[in-house]
Write a new protein. Structure first.
Length: 298
């Protein structure tokens, strides 16, 4: 069994891959990191890392020690977090992991509503398509566009988000006369998404005109008249209000019945943290207010 101080060194080397990277993370020098790791290896009679191609790679026994260190980290972060958040008043910073689309279009416009009732709460948006870790206490709340299949988490459905296929309105299209529709879609690492799979079926193996992980960028490109994309209806409607000239549903795909579900995720032990509960309630209200737009009814 290792203590928390040793665990921090092991994790820093495992994540940084070098003593130099670990030293920067820990605020130490490389010599100290190497000395502390050597001392631990001798005490446990275990070689934790091997040098390979300029990096430190875990050995098979070292991998087990790293897993033990991660469990220590989880418990230490949990205690640290709860100690700083126990209060009868909603105070402090709450982190929300969400896609940029949700953060930008659903939550950010309604921050003022949260501050009116909880002026001592601050927010940190963690945007991106990668899942952050509740286990390592990287976030307090998460909004996901699919219900988690596992994990000890509290989940609540927030909304149905409708998608449709859009192109620029007549008068904006660049490809005249139209021969073959150009398609704009998502990066390859998002190919598993329903909207990306729909476009893949249209491409029939061909390469799309544009790939992007930025929904607003896709909507702007569609509005410029260069092609079509499968977009959330409310994002397309917002794009249509700008200088792009407006977006319209592609006629042959107007009956597309494609929805994504938005879910709020929270750890069970966070229910007693006033600031997190306050922000969770605000997220629910934000989605309730936005539901007509999210469902494509306006």
């Amino acid at each position: 069994m290792i203590n928390w101080d040793d665990a921090k060194v092991v994790l820093a080397v495992a994540r940084g891959g070098t003593f130099a990277a670990a030293a920067r993370t820990l605020g130490l020098d490389e010599t100290t990191v190497a000395r502390r790791l050597t001392r631990l290896e001798r005490a446990l009679e275990v070689e934790v890392f091997q040098a390979y191609d300029g990096r430190r790679v875990p050995t098979s026994r070292g991998a087990g020690l790293i897993a033990q260190a991660e469990r220590l980290e989880t418990e230490a972060l949990r205690l640290e977090h709860l100690a700083g958040h126990r209060s009868e008043e909603a105070i402090g910073c709450v982190r929300i992991a969400a896609t940029e689309m949700i953060a930008r279009h659903v939550l950010a416009p309604r921050i003022g509503e949260l501050l009116e009732t909880h002026p001592k709460v601050t927010l940190r948006f963690l945007t991106g398509h990668e899942n952050v870790s509740f286990a390592r206490w990287e976030t307090d709340l998460a909004v996901r566009l699919a219900r988690p299949e596992r994990g000890d988490l509290l989940v609540r459905k927030l909304a149905d988000i409708r998608f449709a296929v859009f192109e620029a309105r007549e008068g904006q299209k660049k490809n005249k006369p139209k021969v073959t529709r150009q398609w704009l879609t998502y990066h390859e690492d998002l190919a598993h998404l329903p909207e990306a799979r729909f476009i893949a079926g249209k491409l029939d193996g061909a390469e799309p005109l544009l790939r992007s992980n930025d929904l607003d960028g896709l909507a702007t490109a569609v509005g410029s008249g260069v092609g079509a994309a499968c977009l959330p209806m409310f994002v397309a409607q917002l794009a249509g209000r700008g200088d792009a000239g407006g977006l319209a549903v592609v006629p042959e795909d107007k009956d597309l019945n494609l929805f994504r579900e938005a879910w709020l995720l929270m750890r069970p032990d966070q229910r007693e943290v006033q600031s997190v509960r306050a922000v969770a309630d605000w997220v629910v209200e934000a989605f309730r207010a936005a539901q007509p737009e999210l469902a494509g009814r306006v």
